[in-house]
Design a protein around this ligand. Structure first.
Ligand code: BEZ
Length: 217
């Protein structure tokens, strides 16, 4: 485990750790392997916003898997709590949560990743110890941190935005491009717009559209 006072920035190596999780012991860098990873913390098991978030991430897991991204949750609760709560999450949200949730009761990983805030005195456990905030770390296969998001306990995240960030990073890496505000992966021109722009436009497949470029008069 790296020291807890190391400042993590975009481009930092994600601190490695060994921990127990809902799926058994985890060695973080080994778990990532050649994939990307989303390490994300929540404040507390058996709480409403966290239940909706973890269910939403679990339902979106196939989309992350398509992009070679592994999910891994974290909170200060223990593994028994995580395992019992996962049953509730699946029941309430219709998910089948299978990714590991790290058990970090001593806040070792939370401190290494600075997943604790200054402001929310209500986000503490029954011993007054600070609970984790809603952090998101997007980590690439070289174990470099590529995005850091921090949300307060009061505000649930947006899973589509996390997926959009992955798409932007992977597209940028592949084509050496940058993506503008509100960019989402997909055709930049809708079929309807294309029909007006390109009179001879044909849809071969939903993902394959052709037009001759004999547009000059
Ligand atoms: C929640 O998930 O609903 C929650 C957890 C901790 C503090 C505030 C809200």
């Amino acid at each position: 485990m790296s020291s807890s006072n190391q400042t993590l920035r975009l481009g930092s190596t994600a601190p490695d750790f060994q921990s127990d999780s809902s799926n058994g012991p985890i060695s973080f860098h080994d778990y990532i392997g050649d994939s990307w990873a989303i390490l994300f913390s929540h404040p507390d098991d058996f709480t409403p916003v966290c239940t909706t978030e973890l269910g939403a991430f679990a339902k979106l897991e196939p989309e992350f898997a398509k992009r070679n991204v592994k999910l891994i949750g974290l909170s200060a609760n223990n593994t028994d709590s995580h395992k019992a709560w996962i049953k509730d999450i699946d029941e309430v949200t219709g998910s089948k949560l299978s990714f590991p949730i790290v058990a970090d009761p001593e806040r070792k990983v939370a401190n290494a990743y600075d997943m604790i805030d200054y402001q929310d005195a209500t986000n503490v456990d029954n011993k007054g110890l600070q609970l984790t905030i809603r952090s998101v770390f997007v980590i690439d296969p070289k174990k470099k941190i590529r995005t850091i998001l921090s949300y307060p306990a009061s505000t649930g995240r947006n899973t589509a935005e996390v997926l959009r960030i992955v798409d932007s990073l992977q597209t940028g890496d592949k084509y050496r491009v940058t993506t503008p505000i509100n960019w989402v992966k997909g055709p930049a021109v809708s079929d309807e717009e294309a029909k007006t722009l390109f009179p001879k436009f044909r849809i071969i497949k939903p993902y394959l559209r052709l037009t001759p470029l004999d547009l000059e008069e």
